[in-house]
Design a protein around this ligand. Structure first.
Ligand code: ATP
Ligand code: MG
Length: 148
């Protein structure tokens, strides 16, 4: 069984899409093995997006993930560990392309994402590989917060 990390991003929280997004993963037969609301710090987000360090857009991505382009009262992000057969690739397929303008219309980003003032507001994060999933789950969850 594979595990993957999902983050509901501030744009999707603002649009009250959390339930709809989760229902899509539930419909795929994936199990929720961990769930929490996190007040995300810049430090946590820079660790999460360590692979983007040095790119011209990393600061913008961190600002977006801290809710700077949305209208939330805090820095909330909803984090989930999903579990199931081929969870990583199946969840990525459900998300669609990184850029919502290029995402297929039946995908979550194709349906719920947008590009505003040049910033991708792409609704959901999901781990790209099982190795990335292990690193990200350890970053966002304590071991005892994930079902055995
Ligand atoms: N070329 C780009 N220009 C601007 N922003 C980008 C670009 N590529 C990626 N990003 C931003 O950085 C984030 C992380 O990029 P990554 O390559 O990991 O894509 P992803 O795996 O589809 O997205 P995520 O990791 O957020 O699930 C993207 O969600 C997007 O906000
Ligand atoms: Mg990624």
């Amino acid at each position: 069984m594979e595990q993957t990390l999902i983050l509901i991003k501030p744009d999707a929280i603002e649009k009250r899409l959390t339930g709809i997004i989760l229902s899509r993963f539930e419909a795929l037969g994936l199990e929720i093995a961990g769930a929490k609301a996190v007040s995300a710090t810049e430090e946590l987000l820079r660790k999460h997006y360590a692979n983007l360090a040095g790119t011209p857009f990393v600061d913008e991505v961190v600002r977006f993930m801290m809710g700077d382009y949305n209208h939330l009262p805090d820095h909330r992000i909803y984090a989930f560990v999903l579990r199931g057969e081929n969870a990583v690739s199946r969840v990525r397929a459900a998300l669609g392309a990184t850029n919502p303008d290029k995402a297929e219309p039946w995908t979550l980003r194709g349906q719920f994402g947008c590009v505003k003032n040049g910033v991708m507001q792409n609704a959901v994060h999901a781990s790209g590989t099982p190795e990335e999933a292990a690193r990200e789950i350890a970053l966002w969850f304590k071991p005892e917060e994930v079902l055995a």
